[in-house]
Each structure stands twice: as C-alpha cells, then as structure tokens.
Design a binder for this molecule. Sequence first.
Ligand SMILES: [Zn+2]
Length: 235
Amino acid sequence: MYRFLFFNTILSPSFLFICYFNYHAVSLHKKNIVAEYPSVLLENAVNEFAKLPGIGRKTALRLVLHLLKQDEVDVEHFAEALLRLKKEVHYCKVCHNISDTEICEICSMPQRDASLICVVENIKDVMAIENTRQYKGLYHVLGGIVSPMEGVGPSDLEIESLVQRVANNDIAEIIMALPTTMEGDTTAYYIYKKLKPYQVRITAIARGVAVGNDLEYTDEITLGKSILNRVVFEG
Ligand SMILES: [Zn+2]
C-alpha cells in the first residue's frame, strides 16, 4: 500500500513539475550568483587581471576599479607599456637577459670582465646580483631550472648556448648562482658535467642563506659577499 502510494507520488505529473520547478529555481538562483558584475566589460577586465600570479578576483576588481577612475590618457599609457613590452622587448643574443637591443647593456660594456660568466635561473637574479655592485663579469640566463615535476628538462633551458659560449670564447670561470634546492643542484650538476671537458674553472657562490631561498630574496650584502667568497664547484 505504502509502496504503491510512494511510486504513485513520485511519478505523478504534479510531483515531477514541482521537482523541475525547484531545479529550475535553484539553477536560476545560481545564475544570479554568477552574474556578480554589473558589466560584461568590467568582468572581462577582472578576468584578465585575475590571471596574473598572486592576484585574486577581489584584488583584480580593486585594480580594475582603480584604472576606471584614472584619466583616459593614463590608462592608454598603461596599456601601451604592456603591449610594447610584449612586442618590442628582446632577449640578449649572448646571455638571454632581457634587453631593448639585440645585445644587452651588460654584454656590451667593455669594462666588464668577459672571462667571467655567472649562471643564473632568471632575469630577476641578474637584477639582484647587479644591485650588489660586487660583480663585474657577464651573465648567462638559463630561463628556468631543471624540474621533472614541471616537465622542464635540460633541453628547455639555455644550457647548450652556455656550452657554446665556453667553447668559442676565452672563459676563465663559470660561477653557478642557482637556487640551493634539489632542482637547482640538479641543474648545476648537469651544467658541470657538460662543461667539464672544457678546462674551465667552475665555482658556486657561497651562500649564507637557508636551503630553498631564491636569490631575489637574499639581502644585497649577503649576496654580494657570497659572490666574492665563491667556492670551487664539486660535482
Ligand atoms: Zn647580454
């Protein structure tokens, strides 16, 4: 009897209608929550800002609303700077540092010691080392470090071009200034093995910082000292 009533109720048109109506109402309600921006243009801009590292949707909205309050000419300058950065910036043909010209300012300076090459992970490291004012050699920017977890292998990095620089130039010393992480050590060891046949002195910066610290977060005095007090790299 109860079973009959149960199925009868479940299959009755009015019950099905109520179910459909409730479902529809819930989905409409959800739609109302999704449409949180009063303008599609505003939402598009927020979406773009929220793609940036470390920027959540709340911060993105704050930035977009800030831009909206600015003069049109200021927003044009902002947009133009981003576009020109992407379209016109070069990577130095020699060291792969970011540059406005084919060969970067550092590689072009005759007073820099061209027999010294400091190997770094990225452009931020070049800036950090330059800020110490302790290093007068050149750089080689790898564009990352070997990381199997993120699918980055040696061939994805500027390692072969480093080997070519050592093979074709009078290089006295290669200084490894890579992160003291497992990935950094793996990368340094790979480079060490690649450069071993070339009779070049290979050193590593002596770092008084905790394992895992990136160069960019090391203070200038510590980083400056560690470049001066470098040690022979032992593979
Ligand atoms: Zn360069």
